[in-house]
Ligand binder design. Structure first.
Ligand SMILES: Nc1ncnc2c1ncn2[C@@H]1O[C@H](COP(=O)(O)OP(=O)(O)OP(=O)(O)O)[C@@H](O)[C@H]1O
Ligand SMILES: [Mg+2]
Length: 404
């Protein structure tokens, strides 16, 4: 039996499915997390052999809890798929002499400058970049990089505190907004379409590969409330316009020495075909993209990941559908009062709609800046990409939620 410590087994929500996956492929799963046991989602609670409720922000407390535990059970492996605690997981591995990603291997996935410097050294095309931790430093970096540019936190997520800046005047306006960010990355602005390259690997081999197409670019989604963010999980990865991104994805994994687990890389494709690296994380993509993968393959990537990290293999999955997600933001503030257009869209696209998960009438609107899902999500799928593009555009335009 392999005893696996899963850090944050029930938060965010989808962690519960990964936790369940570990148990399903034969691990004894020990959870360590912030949530009280009762607050764990059922799939996590049912999959855990034991749970330690401890503040994950308190590294000493986590280590102490695991030391206590290790007097009774052998700890074989530590897994964490939630970005803020990837380094904690690496430190625990080092403290207990366990296999898996070390601190040094994890850092380039967390620190965007270190990430790009490592990839530059491997000859991968990253945006021109410089880091800065003072106002003078940002001006100096902007001088080097040129306009238009992007300023963003070194350890960012969810496009928070990320700004496109056209001119020096604009930079002067943005700087005060960044006062709370200790270190920023200043980058050449890449005008391009945006894709992901996501994998499940074991022993440095890619066992599952996936490409997602963002429409529009995430920065646009984040700037304009009226946008319905769309993502399309692609069936045909052999399409010529994806070749450069897939190749870059493989080169990046090799350059970072990635061995085992989920990865989520973002890349840009310029109109002239040039492929540019965006960022990479050693975890699955969020916003239900793992569910899109499951709808795409009719498979179970939660269990697939678990099989990869536990047994070093994964059942072969076949990409069968193009799958689109459309996130909706209600018009107005307050509570949801109406949903319009859904009946007509259902009548038109019925069997191709695989999921509708909207806030119910009466629920409080979510903060659209804090969550990409916003006030709800719809997932559609079809063999043909063109049909999925059409459906996502129709749901973006014709499904409307209202709040008062
Ligand atoms: N150099 C760049 N050129 C053009 N656009 C960029 C650049 N850097 C970032 N962006 C835009 O800002 C978005 C967010 O940037 P990035 O992915 O680096 O940060 P993040 O906050 O970690 O993102 P997330 O967690 O949403 O994936 C990108 O998806 C892209 O749309
Ligand atoms: Mg990103």
């Amino acid at each position: 039996m392999t005893n696996v410590v899963m850090i944050s087994p029930g938060y965010p929500q989808e962690m519960a499915w990964f936790t369940r996956g570990l148990a399903a492929v034969g691990a004894t799963v020990i959870g360590v997390g912030d949530q009280p046991r009762e607050a764990l989602p059922a799939p996590a609670r049912e999959a855990l052999a034991h749970y330690e409720h401890v503040s994950l922000a308190d590294e000493d407390a986590v280590l102490a809890a695991l030391r206590g535990l290790s007097r009774h059970v052998r700890i074989d492996q530590v897994e964490c798929l939630w970005e803020p605690y990837m380094l904690l997981a690496a430190r625990v591995r080092e403290a207990f002499g366990l296999p898996g990603m070390t601190v040094a291997q994890t850092l380039p996935f967390r620190d965007k400058e270190l990430m790009k410097r490592t990839l530059d050294a491997a000859g991968i095309r990253t945006p021109w970049h410089a880091s800065a931790s003072t106002v003078a430093g940002v001006w100096e970096a902007a001088e080097k990089v040129g306009y238009p540019l992007i300023v963003k936190p070194i350890a960012g997520a969810g496009s928070a505190d990320t700004y496109r800046v056209e001119t020096a005047t604009e930079l002067a306006e943005v700087l005060p907004l960044l006062r709370h960010v200790p270190e920023v990355s200043v980058e050449e602005f890449i005008e391009a379409e945006e894709f992901t390259h996501d994998t499940v690997c074991a022993g440095g081999r890619i066992l599952f590969e996936h490409v997602l197409w963002y429409r529009p670019r995430p920065l646009q989604m984040r700037m304009h409330e009226w946008v319905s963010p769309v993502a399309i999980s692609l069936r045909d990865l052999d399409a010529p316009h994806l070749a450069g991104g897939r190749r870059m994805g493989e080169q990046v994994l090799a350059a970072l020495g990635f061995e085992t687990g989920f990865t989520h890389l973002e890349w840009y494709r310029k109109a002239d075909g040039e492929v540019v690296f965006g960022e990479i994380a050693a975890r699955p993509p969020g916003v239900r993209v793992v569910d899109l993968m499951n709808f795409n393959t009719d498979g179970d990537l939660y269990a697939g990941w678990a099989e990869a990290v536990l047994h070093g293999r994964m059942r072969q999955l076949r990409r069968q559908h193009n799958v689109g997600s459309i996130c909706k933001r209600a018009h107005g503030a307050g509570r949801i009062t109406a949903v319009r257009g859904l009946d007509e869209l259902r009548a038109e696209f019925g069997p191709d709609i695989v999921l509708v998960d909207l806030l119910p009438i009466g629920a409080h609107r979510r903060d659209w800046r804090a969550t990409t899902i916003g006030d709800g999500i719809v997932i559609v799928r079809h063999h043909e990409l063109q049909r999925v593009i059409e459906m996502t555009e129709r749901f973006a335009a014709d499904l409307n939620l209202y709040a008062e």
